[in-house]
Ligand binder design. Structure first.
Ligand code: TRP
Length: 336
């Protein structure tokens, strides 16, 4: 059996937070240490067009996300680490795939349907109001990302599963029509998708504005942790670890033994203030070496740029010849 190829994209909106770290960055970096598989991690900057982000914010987010992965030790000699927009073959393939994508398939995309739904609910007479083609075709661009590198496994959150299935459908239809060309990908949904809760107890997400940035400087990190919502139990009263954001975050960083010790302290009635201080100290210690490296990279973006360029050069050794083959399959060929 040929080796599995893992590929996943990170949309360049926002600053990486500890939820991203626990849910995607840490497992990604650790998986990429397995030399018997191949790994592609990339910054999906063209995808951010669908969200109409401010141009300066996209650049800043690209830098912050790339610097985070590098600071945390991603091995860019083994893993492919690149920026989507540096691989010109991806948007080109996107168009090729448009020819094999049923419009009806796109009509069924959850994210598109949610936008239509919210128009309808707010009483708009145009259900497509504010919906761009970039939003509508988003799954086709994502299919190109996936198919371009013959990925077999695509680690994503539950919300992206449908997109991976669409990539598979599109690939199948293409293969049926033009002959065996694409590898059919499969979504991998992390079984312990530790979805961290944010400051207010809802899922940590930049759309809720309740995140703790992964590399917030020490003072800010402490301040944010002090803001985490708790219940009103007094010091000395036994506390439940279930449904405690403080406990969940601690557990996401600590060893099983340390976690068990903290569970005992909950039962013994640790004061919330003490638990917050303890959590702050733990995360701060854990993150410090990487944060120093992150700060160095943010101060010198040319290093990050060079890494991404290197990744693009490596990735294009695959995408350039493969796209020629794909074009040949659809009849876009040299004349003699
Ligand atoms: N759409 C994904 C998200 O929002 C990001 C993404 C873009 C992606 N292209 C991809 C994920 C290809 C996996 C594979 O999270």
């Amino acid at each position: 059996m040929s080796k599995d190829i893992y590929l996943t994209g990170i949309t360049t909106t926002g600053t990486p937070h500890i939820g991203n770290y626990v849910g995607a960055i840490r497992p990604g970096i650790s998986a990429s240490k397995d030399l018997s598989t191949q790994h592609f991690y990339f910054l999906a900057d063209y995808h951010s067009l669908a969200k109409n982000e401010d141009p300066d914010k996209i650049g800043q987010s690209t830098l912050e996300i790339a610097a985070s992965w590098l600071a945390l030790g991603l091995d860019t000699e083994h893993a492919y680490f690149y920026r989507q927009s540096d691989i010109a073959e991806i948007p080109e393939l996107t168009w090729v795939l448009h020819g094999m994508t049923a419009k009806g398939l796109m009509n069924r995309a959850h994210s598109y349907k949610a936008s239509v739904q919210s128009n309808v609910e707010s009483g708009n007479n145009d259900p497509d109001k504010g919906i761009t083609m970039a939003l509508y075709s988003y799954p086709i661009l994502m299919a190109a990302d996936i198919l371009m590198f013959k990925s077999t496994k695509v680690p994503v959150g539950q919300d992206q599963k449908q997109h991976v299935e669409m990539a598979r459908d599109i690939a199948q239809r293409f293969n049926h029509h033009y002959g065996e060309t694409f590898v059919l990908p499969e979504a991998v949904i992390g079984e312990d998708t530790a979805v961290l809760k944010g400051l207010d107890g809802r899922k940590m997400s930049k759309s809720y504005n309740n995140t703790i940035p992964l590399f917030a400087e020490e003072k800010r990190l402490r301040k944010l942790i002090m803001k985490i919502k708790t219940n009103s139990l007094e010091p000395g009263e036994p506390k439940d670890t279930a449904d405690s954001t403080l406990f969940d975050i601690y557990r996401a960083f600590a060893t099983p033994q340390e976690t068990a010790d903290i569970a005992q302290r909950f039962a013994d009635g640790i004061a919330w203030g003490e638990m917050k201080q303890l959590l702050f100290e733990y995360i701060n210690e854990h993150i410090k070496p990487a944060r120093d490296e992150y700060d160095r990279l943010i101060a010198d973006p040319a290093i990050v740029e060079a890494e991404l360029r290197k990744g693009a050069t490596r990735a294009r050794e695959i995408s350039v010849p493969y796209l020629t083959q794909i074009r040949d399959a659809i009849g876009i060929r040299k004349l003699g």
